[in-house]
Design a protein around this ligand. Structure first.
Ligand code: KIV
Ligand code: ZN
Length: 514
């Protein structure tokens, strides 16, 4: 059985998709989880894209020991220098350089001739290789490129020092036969016969996993993918689907990975918790319904023998509900046991707050299950200081009058003057009142609410995005009362805004001092 390398791009291709941005600390948590999951390469970001990206790649490079940490760079000196700087602290760093090779990109995006592009590949891959021993070269839009030219480019990149060549289906246009044709053609070139190959497929037509697996079947060495399949537009190939295909069909693929499949669910849930973006219920492997058997005939089969309708066990991907059921009589010991059984090692300084939140929830809700605890954890683990905290609010809403809300907050523990406002509905009234109480001029650009569990007493988890000037900030709140969850989410977004703004001005001050 050969081993396929898993190159995870959750923190780069995934994070750059709208709605999936993460702070440096959030990315660090995700990277630690990816390393435990067993990915071979963590693509940590694109340092030239923003100072925040540079900072996160640096932090991840310094904190990661086992996995290779890759930094993305366009084929120019500045990007390569920044990528090199970002991975300098890594035990195993990789610079991942890319340039588009299709005629449409050459003409309209790069304004280059094929000869100019070949010269750039020669010069800058060699430059990157002079700085770092591990260079990956990607031919962006490879699947829509002229095959002879693509091969010319790959040969040039190899000669210039690229250790691994990546063939991306950047726009998700390919079918499996295209992937097979391209890989066979590349492999038939004597200079590329043994070069490590990688694929990177997007999901615009829902083919990312199928296209990646067609390449795996032909023996490529690495697959690029993301947790929960997140990524540009319709996303990238989903890591969990690639890995479980190899596990469930070993005789067909003849390949395995170093992934600890029992950590798949935990990693997926962490990503959901950090980004606030839920997985669709029918998503393979990780969706809520992926192992749920509703039809009577299926249930009957499952009860007789699970293999009648299950090709893999929920346990094999880490879908285990722990046996400890918590309620209002549960004590701290049982609560801590529960956290450990769920794989969470909560730092002692956060445990008190989490236990207090749990007790408040247990008073309102009959049983507190794993999802409830994860929803509370998201709050407690947040790095955002609670500049403003909810003290009390009153909301009036009916179908006969405008809605009204009065809210009083604590600012650094001290009561603020009450803010009151009207609105078309209770949410608008509440958010206007919070703007008045905080003195912040923010507008709501996104609002999402979800029940954390089933049942009439379920907690509502609210995710908001607010805009202030050109910047957007996310916020999150959870409570069995959905108005309270909304109010908490909006206050959290304002606290986030204050925190990010202060951090940004600190960074500027520090740069001025240098
Ligand atoms: O989709 C793509 O082509 C990419 C490259 C940068 C590898 O993300
Ligand atoms: Zn991509």
């Amino acid at each position: 059985m050969r081993y396929l390398k898993i190159f995870d791009s959750t923190l780069r291709d995934g994070e750059q998709a709208p709605g999936f941005s993460m702070s440096v600390n959030e990315k660090l948590r995700m990277a630690a989880s990816l390393e435990k999951l067993g990915v071979d390469v963590i693509e940590a970001g694109f340092p030239a894209a923003s100072p925040g990206d540079l900072e996160s790649v640096r932090a991840i490079a310094a904190a990661t020991n086992k996995a290779v940490v890759a930094a993305l760079a366009r084929l120019n000196k500045n990007d390569i220098d920044l990528a090199h700087d970002a991975i300098a602290g890594s035990a195993k760093g990789r610079i991942h350089v890319f340039i588009a090779t299709s005629d449409i990109h050459l003409k309209y995006k790069l304004h280059m001739t094929r000869e100019e592009l070949l010269a750039a590949v020669r010069e800058y891959v060699a430059y990157a290789a002079s700085k770092c021993a591990d260079i990956e070269f990607s031919a962006e839009d490879a699947t829509r490129s002229d095959l002879d030219f693509l091969i010319e480019v790959l040969k040039t990149a190899r000669q210039a020092g690229a250790g691994i060549l990546n063939i991306p289906d950047t726009v998700g246009y390919a079918v499996p036969e295209d992937m097979r044709r391209i890989i066979k053609a590349v492999r038939s070139v004597p200079e590329l016969k043994d070069v490590p190959l990688s694929v990177h497929c997007h999901n615009d037509l829902g083919m990312a996993v199928a296209n990646s697996l067609a390449a795996v079947k032909l023996g490529v060495d690495q697959v690029e993918c993301t947790c929960n399949g997140i990524g540009e537009r319709a996303g990238n190939a989903a890591l969990e689907e690639i890995v479980m295909n190899l596990k469930v069909r070993p005789a067909y693929y003849g390949a395995d990975t170093h992934i600890d499949t029992t950590r798949i669910m935990k990693t997926s849930r962490l990503l959901t918790m950090l980004t606030g973006v839920k997985v669709q219920p029918n998503k393979a492997i990780i969706g809520d319904n992926a192992f749920a058997h509703e039809a009577g005939i299926h249930q009957h089969g499952i009860l007789e023998n699970r293999e009648t309708y299950e090709i893999m066990t929920p346990e094999s991907v880490g879908r285990t509900e722990s046996q400890i059921v918590l309620g209002k009589h549960s004590g701290r010991h049982a609560f801590e046991e529960k956290l450990l059984s769920m794989g969470y090692n909560v730092p002692p300084e956060r445990l008190d707050a989490l236990f207090a939140d749990f007790k408040t929830l247990a008073d309102k809700k009959k049983t507190v299950d794993d999802k409830d605890i994860e929803a509370l954890l998201k709050n407690v683990m947040s790095e955002i200081p609670e500049t403003f905290k909810l003290d009390r609010y009153i909301i009036n809403s009916s179908n006969m009058l405008s809605s009204t809300c009065s809210v009083r907050l604590l600012k650094h523990g001290k009561k603020t003057p009450e803010g009151s406002s009207m609105g078309v509905g209770p949410i608008e009234a509440a958010f206007n009142a919070i703007n008045i109480a905080t003195g912040v001029k923010a507008t709501l650009s996104e609002y999402r609410i979800e029940a954390v569990t089933g049942g009439i007493d379920a907690q509502g988890a609210v995710s908001v995005r607010i805009k202030a000037g050109d910047n957007a900030y996310k916020g999150y709140g959870v409570d069995p009362n959905i108005f309270e969850a909304s109010v908490k989410a909006y206050i959290n977004a304002i606290n986030n805004m204050l925190y990010q703004t202060a951090k940004h001005s600190d960074d500027t001050e520090n740069t001025k001092d240098e």
